[in-house]
Write a protein that binds this ligand. Structure first.
Ligand code: NDP
Length: 302
């Protein structure tokens, strides 16, 4: 199949491109910066990949079977009012553009599926509630961003299948929250982050990429699908495993202020947390390579 991907140059996108390319699919990288994308996907390693800046996105989209939408300003920054605005507008803006280009595509060349990222932040945070795809949205800023982000994707032509993946904290070596947490963890001898009893709904990078891949190719994947592992953990448990895997004792807690210093207000995702279950993925028979955080961390850090 031919797939156009926004945010392909990011943490999840890069791995997705590698997977699709290894399986001989045609890929269009829809980016804001051709030069950056060319460095990430050099022709010698990724022959045949098309890299497109606006206004070339239109031709790419019209020639694609599926679209994956992963673009957005990272949330793990300091949240000034401008940044908060940009966190939202970067997601809504790119999603809106993609939807417009899909909807303007003539019949016959319109992609048949849109897989669009959103986040478990949709549910808000809670230490006690358990959330699945049927749970209502929360009241905080990230919940509001996710609602608008999803609402924008759902404006796509009704003949296009839409899968909205509510992604949890993605664990991988070369990016995301874990890459920022590890040095901090080393500094503070590896104790819990914040109070430690908040929930941490995580997913291994390989599993989120497999889920997106499956959503592209399997017509049963539609509507909201939580992109989280089946066994979320309390943050203290995650830190114990991280300490063990890294060979660090787990006794000195990492203070909230230190976590906020590296993750910005985006640290709220880790410091407050939510317990999210992948009910739909399980119903669809999706097989998680890493259902348990201990194995995921071992695979990442070994
Ligand atoms: P990254 O931050 O690694 O990459 C996102 C991509 O978005 C960038 O490579 C860039 O592509 C594009 N982008 C960055 N800033 C802007 C901007 N201001 N305007 C438009 N585009 C921009 O994201 P991840 O791979 O980690 O995540 C992909 C998506 O999944 C994101 O939308 C994220 O919110 C969501 N998600 C991720 C989670 C995680 O743990 N990683 C958890 C929950 C949700 P380019 O420069 O090529 O245009």
């Amino acid at each position: 199949m031919t797939v156009s991907i926004t945010g392909a140059t990011g943490f999840i996108g890069k791995r997705l491109v590698q997977r699709l390319h290894a399986d001989n699919h045609s890929i269009h990288v829809l980016t804001r910066s051709r030069s950056k994308a060319e460095l990430i996907f050099p022709v010698r390693d990724f022959p045949g990949i098309k890299i497109a800046e606006e206004p070339e996105w239109k031709d790419c989209i019209q020639g694609s079977d599926g679209i994956v939408n992963l673009a957005g300003l990272p949330i793990s920054t300091r949240w000034s009012s401008e940044i908060k605005k940009e966190i939202k507008t970067s997601r809504i803006g790119v999603t809106s553009k993609i939807v417009e280009l899909i909807n303007d595509s003539p019949d016959g060349v319109r992609p048949t599926v849109l897989v669009s990222a959103t986040a478990v932040g949709y549910y808000g945070t809670s230490k006690t509630q358990v959330f699945d795809e049927k749970s209502p949205s929360g009241n905080d800023y990230l919940a509001e961003v996710c609602r608008e982000w999803e609402g924008t994707a759902l404006k796509v032509n009704k003949n296009v299948r839409v899968a909205l993946i509510r992604i949890g904290v993605v664990l991988g070596k070369d990016g995301g929250a874990l890459a920022k947490m590890i040095p901090l963890f080393m500094m503070f001898a590896g104790g819990p982050l914040g109070s430690g009893n908040q929930w941490f709904s995580w997913i291994h990078l390989d599993d989120i990429v497999n889920l997106i891949y499956e959503a592209l190719s399997n017509p049963s994947y539609k509507g909201v699908i939580n992109g989280t592992a089946p066994n979320p953990v309390r943050l203290s448990e995650m830190c114990d495993h991280l300490g063990n895997v890294m060979g660090r004792p787990s006794w000195l807690p990492v203070p909230d202020f230190a976590l906020k210093a590296v993750l910005g207000e985006g640290a709220s995702v880790v410091l407050e947390g939510q317990r999210v279950l992948p009910a739909k993925a399980k119903e669809l028979g999706f097989s998680f390579k890493y259902p348990y955080v201990k194995d995921a961390l071992k695979a990442i850090l070994s």
